[in-house]
Design a protein around this ligand. Structure first.
Ligand code: SAM
Length: 200
């Protein structure tokens, strides 16, 4: 993730980091729980964006479910792999190498926006504005108050308590989950906060 105010050199270093990670792994990520568990809230048609898609597990799922999907990520390696997978399945999916901090989505473009395991706080207003009226944001990423050591080591890239609610306070909350370290820590959905919210 690019720190606000990051320069071109930072961006290139970040791109190299993610490219090497994607080259080095055979593991395809699981789709985000916030999407799987709230599929019933999705429209059956429309335009969806997987922002900072990585290998695009969520983008592929949305396309299989009938949406016209754009997937944007900084990493050319991830985007090339996603294009290959989508083509093999004959899916309607446009995958693009794009720095979403320099080139955020335009206003009122998408029926659905999915963000998974990516946090750029300054981008929240643009994400919210990019939803069409009635459009839905599905967001899931790591919290500071975690149970395991999954996710980024730098706490700046982890959510504070209730932070997703604050970042998207202009939207109507349809689903929210943040369990922190309450109760039986061997159970539940830990380490992440999950939000589904709707543009009025
Ligand atoms: C932890 S991965 C998550 C990928 C995917 N959303 C998932 O859940 O599997 C974070 C992704 O953010 C991308 N990324 C980081 N900064 C970005 C930026 N400024 N613009 C676009 N993508 C970015 C990285 O290339 C990487 O693929």
């Amino acid at each position: 993730m690019i720190p606000p105010g990051g320069d071109a050199e930072d961006t290139e270093a970040l791109r190299c980091k993610w490219d090497s990670r994607y080259r080095a792994t055979d593991r395809f990520p699981d789709p985000a729980g916030v999407l799987l568990e709230n599929r019933h809230l999705l429209p059956t048609r429309g335009r969806a964006l997987d922002l900072a898609s990585g290998l695009g597990a969520n983008a592929l799922l949305l396309a299989r479910w009938g949406l016209s999907v754009s997937a944007w990520d900084l990493s050319p390696v991830a985007i090339a792999a996603l294009k290959t997978r989508a083509a093999a399945e004959g899916l309607a999916l446009e995958a693009e190498v794009r720095d979403v901090l320099c080139h955020p989505p335009a206003p009122a473009r998408f029926d659905v926006i999915l963000v998974s395991h990516f946090l750029a706080r300054d981008l929240a207003p643009a994400i919210s504005a990019a939803l069409l009226p009635g459009g839905l944001l599905f967001y899931q990423t790591f919290v500071r108050e975690s149970v395991t050591d999954q996710g980024p080591g730098n706490p700046a890239y982890r959510l504070n308590r209730n932070e997703l609610l604050r970042l998207f306070s202009d939207l109507v909350v349809r689903f929210y989950r943040e369990e922190g370290r309450v109760g039986d820590l061997d159970r539940g959905t830990r380490d992440v906060a999950q939000l589904v919210a709707q543009r009025p």
